[in-house]
Unconditional design. Sequence first.
Length: 92
Amino acid sequence: LPLSITGKVMGQEDCLFINVWTPSLQPSAKLPVMVWIHGGYLHMLSGGETGYSPTEKLAADTEMVYVSFNYRLNAFGFMALEIIIFTHYLDL
């Protein structure tokens, strides 16, 4: 698990959130939708990262609906035990 400088585990399993930004709450509005899948090499960041992810201002300025979501990162979401076992036998 990834550890911080203090030795505490970074991240958490309670992270499955979805964010929706819309310029209009009119049910009849037919707006384009962009789904934002954040980067971070499956290791860091989130769907609501300040300065990196969509915002309500971006939705208003572009007249689009933006959807982003979080997913489990690091060992919480992508621990590949088969690879760990395989590299152990290769003595890597």
